[in-house]
Design a binder for this molecule. Sequence first.
Ligand code: URA
Length: 252
Amino acid sequence: MTAENENILADLEWTVAAGADEAVGDVPVDRFSVRSKPLAVPVPVPVATIPAASPEPVSDPAPSVVNATTLEELRNMMANFDCALKKTAQNLVFSDGNPSADLMIVGEAPGAEEDKTGLPFVGASGHLLDKMLASIGLDRTSVYISNVVPWRPPLNRKPSEAEVALLAPFIRRHIALAHPKVLLLLGGSSVSALLGIGEGITRARGKWYAYRDGQLEIPAFASFHPAFLLRSPAQKKAAWFDFLTIKRALSE
Ligand code: URA
């Protein structure tokens, strides 16, 4: 073997040892001559010409909700509102039941079934809620139901504090327009969003609070969310007492 061939073989062995064990082109490329060409120098792009990732426009519903003077107007206003949650949801979940009912129930946010149908509490939690209501002689003709967040968060995740804060003006206006005699707040999100109580639902439940919005004051009772009761059936007894308290309040 000539000295030149020995060098070529040594190069090849070194290349294979370095991991290049496959030929990717039929035509050989002389990398040394390619490399000897002047390298392209990147030309700096002035920052101003790089398009900025446009942040999602976030309109604040707070100033305009007072323009909704009926539930229908509020529903239309919400249907025309743009936010990230609305983009990933199929339907606005506004309410179900009787808007003139003495009892208004406020949950957290729609799940998959609610998103499909546009109605609150129609999935597994909803079935349990219907049974709990039936146990105190109520149904969807005698209660009004809505949620703090009207669009399903992706993958049923808990709505973030920022999402709740952004959308809270809608449920507050909703409550003002429905003007129930009693509010039943189900779960920690509803309790913290509407009462500003952050102590957790286990401590907050089973008690009366005053829901306040300007001049408006409505007695509000905190209880467990039915989804929690499905996961923790041992708590159903406490929820049963909560519902008896609601029944008593409605008959006074
Ligand atoms: N959980 C809620 O809080 N609301 C619904 O509408 C359904 C499930």
